[in-house]
Write a protein that binds this ligand. Structure first.
Ligand code: SF4
Ligand code: SF4
Length: 101
């Protein structure tokens, strides 16, 4: 057997927000959460958070309501696919910018 405590000293990595770098301007679609359909937002308590769990870039917060960090979101759409209530819609970036103006 290795030195005492060996199994606790092996290296490992964990993903963190922004590990893939800032998205820049190339994202085609962005996820938008409809809070009227989002379970934790509706109930006002911790529930679901499938979007937080499945986002590969770790850019969805586990908060009420969930928040998406668009600086790092790649627009992959996994969160929208996994949301059990259909609360997340993928919106074209051009339409999203028009909405902001
Ligand atoms: S997966 Fe959908 S319902 Fe669940 S927390 Fe995220 S947006 Fe809300
Ligand atoms: S679109 Fe992809 S990167 Fe952006 S929040 Fe959803 S799962 Fe994460």
């Amino acid at each position: 057997m290795g030195p005492r405590g060996y199994r606790y000293k092996t290296s490992h990595s964990q993903p963190g927000p922004g590990d893939g770098g800032a998205t820049g301007s190339w994202r085609v679609q962005r996820p938008v959460i409809d809070l009227a359909r989002c379970t934790p937002a509706k109930r006002g308590k911790e529930a679901c958070f499938a979007c937080w769990l499945y986002c590969p870039d770790v850019v969805v917060s586990r908060t009420i309501p969930p928040q998406i960090d668009y600086e790092y979101c790649k627009g992959c759409g996994i969160c929208a696919e996994e949301c059990p209530t259909g609360a997340i819609e993928m919106v074209d970036e051009s339409a999203a910018h028009e909405h902001e103006d």
